[in-house]
Every structure is written in C-alpha cells, then in structure tokens.
Design a binder for this molecule. Structure first.
Ligand code: AHM
Ligand code: MG
Length: 368
C-alpha cells in the first residue's frame, strides 16, 4: 500500500525543466510528458503511464462527441435513470461506454467504478487484469449539456490492495490520500486535461488540428486566497446557521473580509477549474434536506482534492480533509469546500468549531 500523500508544503514538485526541455519550437505532448515523468521513477512498470494515456484517448473521444453533440442529434435525456435516481443524458451513457471500452482491455486495471453504474465494473474475463482500479464520473454537470455549458470528466486511480486478480469493493473504498493519480477533463471553449500523480498538477490543452493534448499549464499553483465564491444560494434556507454565517463571512457581510464575487456555473469541473487557476472557493455544503451534500466522494471530491492539494490549495468536508475520509460505500456523498487554502481553512474553522460547540445537527460526512 502506498504511503499517504504528503501535504503540499512537503510535496517535491517536479520542476518542469527537469522533465521536458522547452524550446521555441518544441511542443510537449501528453504522451511525451507522461513518459518523461515515468523516467523519474526507476521502478515504474509503465502500467500507470499506459493507463493515463488511455484516459487521454478516451477524453479525446468524448470531446469529439461533446463538440458534435447538436449535429449528431445525441442531445437530450434518455429514459434511463442512473443509480442516484437521476435521469441520464445520452452523452452520459456514451461517455461512460467510451471510458469503459478504452480502458477494459489494456491489462492495467483490475476493476472500474462509475458514477453512472450501481456496482463494480468487472474487467471482462477474456482480458488480463492489472494492478490499478479506476473510479470516474464520465460526464459531470451533464444537466448543462443542452445549453452548451462546459461539462467534464473526473477520474481517480488507486492501487489494488486485495489479493487475487479481480478488483474487490475494498480496493475501491480507499481514502483519497491513497490515490496514485487523479485528473479531470473540461470540455469548454477548449478541451483541457489536468492530472496529477503526486508530483504537481499539470494541464494540457487539446490542439484540435493535431488531435493531441499539449502541455499548456505546467505545475499549476492556485492562489492562497481567492476572489470567487462558487455556491448555489438557492439552498440558503436549508443551510444550518453555521453555514449561513460562513457564507456571510465570504461575502464580507460580517465586516471581516473583502467580499468575494459569486460565480456559479453549476458544473463542478467548470467552477473548480476557474477557481484553481484564478483562486477561489467552491462550496457544496450539507443542508437540511441533503445531510451529506450532493457530490460524490470517490468520483468527484477525492480526485479534485488530490489535484487542488498538489496545486497548493485545500479541500475539506467542513470537519476534516477530504483525502482523509474513509469511504464506506461506492456512491457516498460528502459536503465539499475546495479551492484556495485560506478560504477552505475558514470553512474548517467556522464549521468544525461550530460542530464541536454542538450547534450543528448533521453537517458532515460519514467516515473516519
Ligand atoms: P452530476 O454528477 O449528476 O452532473 O451532478 C453534479 C453537479 C456538479 O457538476 C455541480 O456542481 C452540481 O451538480 C450542481 O448541483 P446543484 O444544481 O444542486 O447546484
Ligand atoms: Mg458528477
């Protein structure tokens, strides 16, 4: 089993110049970057590199579908519901299938789990099993598809910890700090893939003319405090008093800080990506109706928490670090406060302290 992911301050961030040499005419494809990074680990077998490259390929295929969605008449909802009881969009189904088919035969995975599937996705018996598990949200924010708002794919990779060749539930239910890689793809005005393997967070932009992801954002660092607050205010009356106080603080209404500006796309990847690059906080607190919030720990919160920490930011459920939460079920939800470290710290202080003063009933996620 891997040791826990160190806090950002102690992360030996790979200097990009150690990995690739930039010249005026050189471009660094994601394939080259992954291979060069692998060389930093003499014991690496290449399996993780292959897996990341397969994910990049799946992302290109999904980007292609998203881009041509209106033209191909594949917009709109299907009659199906996913395991969360939400209507699936056609592109959700396609993206889910694309990822499974791109990853199931390479011999790198022993199992997968998707936000769109009720249980573990086994590797077909005719394909070899590998040492990693992949957990993913194939198309996050899919309710925005019909109105041309950016959507995204989120993924998390953990190492198999059980004996035997097939992946088990125990392999899936690992704390976020056990992740060996995580990333997201944003299908926006351009398509970008951001990933980490624990040596910084790096971003790649898809060049449509070349069909390649090119290194565009090496060693992303997020500001310690941010300008933007991303939260859905329509839940105001359902928030506990301490959450209301926290939001008043972010808005400067209590006179203790400059007000943050509100920006809420309603597509987690889009909100997260903007705040990662520019600084800010995304918050999806628990409320009286949804005691554990809405977002999924394993497919959304944990992978983005790994990335944000690698970029110098933080992620908390209001009580504890997201990466420390012990999952107990595949589709577990968690409150989420993620982004600039100082802004997340304010949530931890105001919600954590309030809880210990027992003024909060059920805010917080299950877990250790
Ligand atoms: P999804 O995974 O079903 O697409 O739901 C997750 C999405 C996030 O992208 C977004 O941040 C959130 O749901 C928005 O929820 P709400 O409409 O309650 O604000
Ligand atoms: Mg989602």
């Amino acid at each position: 089993m891997l040791a826990g992911i160190p806090r950002p301050a102690s992360v030996p961030v790979t200097r990009i110049s150690d990995v690739v040499k930039h010249t005026a005419t050189s471009v660094v494809t994601i394939e080259r970057f992954i291979i060069e990074q692998e060389k930093l680990h003499p014991a690496a077998t290449g399996e993780l590199s292959g897996l990341l490259y397969d994910l990049a390929l799946a992302a290109k295929m999904i980007a292609n579908k998203v881009r041509s969605a209106g033209l191909a008449d594949i917009l709109g909802a299907t009659d199906l519901e996913n395991v969360q009881g939400e209507r699936q969009q056609k592109l959700d189904v396609l993206a889910n299938e694309i990822i499974i088919k791109a990853l199931d035969h390479g011999g790198r995975l022993c199992a997968m789990a998707s936000e769109e599937e009720p249980g573990i996705i086994d590797i077909p018996p005719n394909f070899p099993c590998g040492k990693y598990c992949l957990l993913f949200d194939p198309l996050d924010g899919s309710s925005n598809i019909d109105v041309n708002v950016p959507v995204g794919t989120i993924f998390s990779v953990v190492r198999k910890i059980t004996p035997g060749s097939r992946g088990e539930m125990e392999d899936m239910l690992q704390r976020g700090r056990q992740q060996v890689a995580a990333g997201y793809v944003i299908y926006g005005s351009s398509t970008m893939l951001v990933y980490t393997t624990g040596q910084g967070a790096h971003g790649f932009t898809l060049d449509p003319s070349l069909g390649e992801f090119l290194l565009s954002h090496p060693n992303i660092r997020t500001p310690d405090a941010g300008r933007y607050l991303s939260v859905n205010d329509s839940y105001y009356i359902q928030w506990e008093p301490n959450v209301k106080n926290l939001m008043s603080y972010y808005r400067g209404q209590d006179g203790n800080r400059q007000p943050m500006s509100t920006r809420y796309v309603g597509s987690l990847v889009a909100d997260f990506h903007r705040n990662l690059l520019g600084g800010g906080l995304f918050a999806y607190p628990a409320n009286r109706r949804n005691k554990r919030g809405k977002l999924r720990l394993l497919y959304e919160a944990s992978p983005l928490a790994f990335i944000v920490e690698q970029a110098g930011g933080a992620a908390s459920d209001g009580q504890q670090r997201i990466l420390d939460i012990q999952p107990t079920e595949l589709h577990q939800r968690t409150p989420l406060f993620i982004g600039s470290a100082n802004d997340v710290d304010a949530a931890r202080k105001m919600l954590g302290d309030a809880k210990s003063a027992s003024s909060v009933s059920a805010v917080g996620s299950v877990g250790a």
